[in-house]
Ligand binder design. Structure first.
Ligand code: GLP
Length: 265
């Protein structure tokens, strides 16, 4: 894992966006795996800015979102469809037919999940998967004890996740109980993975994912099995890392690190 620690959320978002744009410029028909939640908002804002001001082109890009709440129609303000349109898709020149978000209202979950997995494969596989992390270490909606080989499927949300996400809903009882989510195994097939986390509330989950044992109790820890993971953290999210001095040293001295990832002296 390459671990980069930034002084602010803005800095980490800018670095993650620059690294994403590097790939898009090299491969204009890239396939991106996208995440929701508050964490990637800064990254999306910066990519939108690069599109508007620097001509970053999404016309040949395909995207697959990680997950969606079961039962929420696309028009529901808390659905991930709605979130992606409001915060990203409608601000860039991506073709709507190239944006995939799991269908929360399908009647046949198994058939839909198999279709989604196939669409990812037929599109050539994901070049960069963007990930946030839940306070219990979940990636996408792969809650603790999810199989580390799991594929796209329906998943029951944990109480902790429902409590965490209740801030977006009118009342706690409105938070859906189920989600459709890419599996850990699906995520691990992406060629490159960017994990982003901000704030002290994520510090324990982040430490478990990076330094803990590989365990389904923190599904983010499965990223240790992947050969190309870049982690973007702010100081608060990095606050529980045991080897933090080592990561800082690498960030400051690593000659091969892209300029944008190197800490300014
Ligand atoms: C949800 C999403 C995850 C996301 C997590 C953290 O559970 N399914 O993909 O990483 O929330 O959200 P936030 O970034 O708002 O802390």
């Amino acid at each position: 894992m390459q671990i980069y620690i930034f002084d602010s959320y803005e800095d980490l978002s800018t670095a993650a966006a620059a690294a994403t744009a590097d790939t898009l410029n090299l491969k204009p028909d890239s396939v991106l795996g996208l995440a929701t939640g508050s964490t990637p908002l800064g990254l999306y804002r910066e990519l939108i800015r690069m599109h508007r001001e620097e001509g970053l082109d999404f016309s040949r890009v395909t995207t697959f979102n990680l997950d969606e709440y079961v039962g929420l129609p696309k028009t529901h303000p808390q659905s991930y469809h709605f979130f992606m349109n409001r915060n990203f898709f409608r601000h860039i020149n991506i073709l709507p037919q190239n944006t995939y978000v799991p269908a929360g209202t399908t009647n046949n979950h198994k058939a839909f999940c198999d279709w989604y997995e196939n669409r990812i494969k037929e599109s050539g596989g994901i070049d960069i998967q963007i990930l946030g992390i839940g306070t219990d270490g979940h990636i996408a909606f792969n809650e603790p004890t999810s199989s580390l080989g799991s594929r796209t499927r329906i998943k029951t949300l944990s109480k902790q996740t429902r409590d965490d996400n209740s801030r977006f809903f009118e009342k706690p009882g409105d938070v859906p109980v189920y989600a459709i989510t890419m599996g850990v195994g699906t995520i691990l097939e992406a060629r490159r993975i960017f994990l982003i986390a901000t704030g002290a509330a994520k510090a324990v989950a982040v430490a478990g994912a990076i330094e803990g044992p590989v365990s389904s109790m923190n599904t983010g820890s499965a990223l240790q099995l992947h050969q190309d993971v870049v982690v973007f953290l702010d100081n608060e999210a990095a606050g529980k890392l045991k080897l933090i001095d080592y990561y800082h040293w690498i960030q400051e001295n690593e000659p091969d690190a892209p300029e944008v990832l190197r800490k300014q002296p």
